[in-house]
Design a protein around this ligand. Structure first.
Ligand code: TIU
Length: 220
């Protein structure tokens, strides 16, 4: 058995990955690709409850958004070429240009909107460390542990957790607060993290974390 993930308020941040309208909302980019967005939107309610408990303690929340500059100068040609014609990055979508900063679809769903003082990190890649200041931000706050939530489990959550693990962070992924369009990827994605004694992280659920917050409050 691996050592348990330690919940320490002084060194833990909540990372909320890419809870953007274009991935989550009916009518958005994700659904236009034929995906079942309910597999993602089921995460909104538990994540909102966790964020409320987290904010009540004044603990740090870092939100990320995947997207690119309007001139696409930060989008590698290989990423641009991928995808169906007319549904590529920068093309017009129902909620504005697809994955372009400043567009309605690029922003975070209303239920999980960041509040003043929370970091909102724009990232051009799937991982949250690539071409961002995330490492510097975490170092500044003395963060060594991440509670990881968001979408999608097997893409941006996995890439970020794998990178974070290599950089020495301890990552706890919350099964009810991460989502994949594909139920089998969700199941296997979570199994991969916790396999082999926690090869690159831990998996739990949000009620467990909310209970840990309450327990640490009682000890004060
Ligand atoms: N945020 C994130 O995971 N971006 C993706 O591109 N996900 C897909 O599942 N395609």
């Amino acid at each position: 058995m691996p050592a348990p993930f330690t919940f320490d308020q002084d060194t833990t941040a909540l990372l909320v990955i890419d809870m953007q309208r274009d991935f989550l909302l009916p009518g958005g980019f994700g659904e236009s690709l034929g995906n079942d967005v309910s597999q993602l939107s089921r995460t909104i309610e538990p994540l909102a409850a966790l964020m409320a408990a987290w904010r009540a303690e004044g603990l740090p929340i870092i939100h990320t958004r995947e997207g690119h500059e309007p001139d696409l100068s930060d989008c590698p040609p290989a990423k641009l070429r991928r995808g169906l014609p007319s549904q590529r990055i920068g093309d017009p979508g129902a909620f504005g240009r697809i994955l372009i900063r400043g567009e309605y679809g690029h922003d975070i769903v209303d239920e999980l909107a960041p509040v003043d003082g929370e970091v909102v990190l724009d990232k051009p890649g799937k991982g949250a460390f690539y071409a961002t200041d995330l490492q510097e931000i975490l170092d500044k706050f003395g963060i060594t542990r991440l509670i990881v939530t968001g979408v999608t489990t097997e893409v941006c959550v996995h890439t970020t957790v794998r990178e974070a693990n290599d950089r020495g962070y301890e990552c706890l992924v919350l099964a009810d607060c991460v989502g994949s369009y594909f139920p089998e990827f969700q199941r296997v994605g979570l199994e991969m993290i916790a396999a082999q004694g926690g090869i690159f992280g831990w998996v739990a659920d949000s009620p467990t974390v909310i209970a840990a917050i309450a327990a640490s409050e009682e000890q004060k």
